[in-house]
Design a binder for this molecule. Structure first.
Ligand SMILES: NC(=O)c1ccc[n+]([C@@H]2O[C@H](COP(=O)([O-])OP(=O)(O)OC[C@H]3O[C@@H](n4cnc5c(N)ncnc54)[C@H](OP(=O)(O)O)[C@@H]3O)[C@@H](O)[C@H]2O)c1
Length: 335
């Protein structure tokens, strides 16, 4: 099968994407073999690419977001059958979705929303799993009892922010303040349901004061945790909770949260598949619930740009767009 892989030259300096021919492996155990129809690009793609620095490393197929059709199933599969349309992010420890076929554990796969095409569906899985787990598993927001509480979503117009705003508003019923630094990204956040938008490049506590906003019970940080840590610790309401999905380069003094009895928690959407946690099927369940919400018209796809072909040139262009840090919504490539 055709796949697009990344490899580093013998000088150990320059790397490039190449088209490779690989054997199509048989599905075994809980695995589905999926014929991929569309993939989406995420910052994890360029972060993994940047970590490949030696020519000794095997060419690596990147990409952890796909929509496609189940082609065959392993002997332990019970959730899907050949012909089912599915969407999933996959497992960072395995080969990625920039390929014609992929093996993926059924417990981290969802049935595709019936109302979406493959490109619209491929935009959703990785970012939705991240936002869902951050809101409901890490921040432990309970849609029954926490309705009307306040959340600050930092980086609202990005891939994760675009679905986090919708889930926080439509599913949790929260009051949502999102951040964006440009008129285009500000409007995008408002269209997705944010109640108000502030600028993450300006003093956020000052903007809260000036606009007389209520201190957030929850903060979801989707960009530059280091730069926003001080503001987050200043803004969080007493007994509130901060969740970040972005790694830090510096260490931070969490003692500042002590008098508020506030907490800080990480979200990493690959944890369940990486450690094969006993509850990894929760990703299957949340993707199915997401599909139901999409088909009910409560959540919309975050797709914003589609490349018509999964090619080396288009992968390079998509990586460039994401690395610029100003992407709005999601970028998808059709097979
Ligand atoms: N832990 C996990 O499981 C997990 C999962 C998914 C993503 N992530 C990480 O989360 C981050 C965001 O992912 P993404 O897919 O949403 O990225 P993305 O789509 O590339 O995000 C782009 C957005 O970031 C905003 N932005 C740029 N600089 C910012 C800053 N200093 N503060 C706040 N927002 C800023 C931009 O808004 P403006 O143009 O308005 O400035 C832009 O709309 C990445 O670092 C990614 O690796 C982690």
């Amino acid at each position: 099968m055709k796949a697009i892989a990344y490899q580093v030259d013998s000088d150990n300096k320059t790397g490039h994407f190449i088209e490779v021919e690989q054997q199509v492996e048989k599905a075994a155990g809980h695995d589905l073999r999926v014929k991929i129809e569309a993939i989406s690009v995420n910052p994890v793609d360029y972060k993994v690419r940047q970590s490949i620095i030696s020519s000794q490393d095997q060419p690596r197929v990147l990409g952890w977001d796909a929509a496609g059709v189940v082609e065959s199933v392993g002997d332990k599969v019970c959730l899907f059958k050949p012909g089912d349309r599915v969407f999933y992010a996959g497992d960072i420890t395995r080969s990625g979705s920039n390929a014609a076929y992929q093996l993926v554990d059924e417990r981290i796969v969802g049935g595709m929303p019936k109302s979406l095409d493959f490109a619209e569906a491929a935009a959703l899985p990785l970012t939705s799993i991240t936002a869902w787990e951050a809101l409901f598993d890490r921040l432990k927001i309970n849609p029954q009892t926490d309705k009307g509480k306040h959340i600050l979503i930092i980086g609202g117009a990005g891939g994760v922010g675009s679905i986090a705003i919708q889930l926080a508003k439509q599913v949790a019923g929260l009051n949502v303040i999102a951040t964006a630094s440009r008129e285009k990204s500000r409007q995008w956040c408002l269209c997705l349901g944010a109640d108000k938008v502030i600028n993450h490049h300006a003093d956020m506590p000052e903007q809260y004061k000036h606009k007389e906003l209520t201190m957030p019970d929850y903060i979801l940080c989707l960009n530059d945790t280091d730069a926003h840590m001080h503001a987050m610790m200043t803004l969080i309401a007493p007994q509130g909770m901060i969740c970040s999905v972005v790694e830090t380069r510096e260490s931070h003094d969490l003692d500042k949260l002590k008098t508020k009895s506030a907490g800080f928690v990480w979200e990493f959407m690959f944890t369940r598949s990486m450690y094969k946690t006993a509850d990894m099927i929760k990703q299957h369940q949340l993707l199915n619930e997401l599909a139901r919400l999409v088909d009910a018209g409560e959540i919309k796809t975050t797709l914003n740009k589609t490349y018509k072909q999964l090619s080396v040139d288009n992968i390079i262009a998509a990586h460039k767009q994401l690395e610029a840090g100003s992407s709005i919504g999601k970028v998808v490539l059709l097979k």
